[in-house]
Design a protein around this ligand. Structure first.
Ligand SMILES: [Zn+2]
Length: 205
């Protein structure tokens, strides 16, 4: 289990829809452990695999002392109720904006061992589940803001000391001999910019 660097706004992996998990193997369990450790170290309410540069549909959460994870989540909304409240993102550090979300959610998916799991969430848990599932679709909470707030958020991001417009992540092609079909599937599974051969989770930049 290891704390891993978090990909920041501007990294294309955050805009790439993640692939469903097919293999519930040791590699997946390492990913869940890394997500959990990194989330807790950063005091985050949740963390999605693309934020560690991994293009798989997995997220972890830590809400009201309930720590867990969900693989291949599918969301259902039992009613029309909404909530409005401050939301932030570990990939957009230091910025918080009021974001509208559904108040109640039922998230169905799987554990890291492939067992069915259902999370019934309200309030903050529901917000977290929606935020993290958005990450798996390449969607950020900024996209949920009204146009004026989004403009304000983008301005704040451009002024943030962590934002480096001039240094986009490098997309590397593995120099090793990988059959083209396999290379393609790995590239789609692990997202852009990952040197799969050197690092199975494509971490670092
Ligand atoms: Zn986030």
């Amino acid at each position: 289990m290891t704390v891993q660097p978090i990909r920041l706004f501007g990294d294309p992996v955050l805009r790439t829809p993640a692939e469903p998990v097919v293999d519930f193997d040791a590699e997946l369990r390492k990913l869940v452990a890394d997500l959990t450790d990194t989330m807790r170290e950063q005091n985050g309410a949740g963390l999605a695999a693309p934020q560690l540069g991994v293009g798989l549909r997995v997220f972890t959460f830590d809400v009201d002392d309930v720590v867990g994870h969900l693989v291949n989540p599918v969301l259902h909304f039992p009613d029309e109720e909404e909530q409005d409240g401050q939301e932030g993102c570990l990939s957009i550090p230091g910025l918080y904006f009021d974001t509208k979300r559904r108040l109640n959610v039922v998230a169905k998916g799987f554990t890291e061992y492939g067992d069915p799991l259902q999370i019934v969430g309200t309030g903050l848990m529901a917000r977290c589940v929606q935020h993290e599932t958005d990450h798996l679709d390449g969607v950020l909470f900024l996209d949920r803001l009204d146009p004026e707030a989004r403009k304000e958020a983008m301005k704040a991001i451009r002024q943030a000391d962590w934002y480096d417009e001039a240094a986009p992540p490098v997309v590397k092609v593995s120099p090793h001999d990988v059959p083209p079909s396999r290379r393609q599937s790995l590239a789609s599974r692990f997202g852009l910019g990952s040197d799969r051969s050197a690092n199975p989770f494509g971490l670092g930049r």
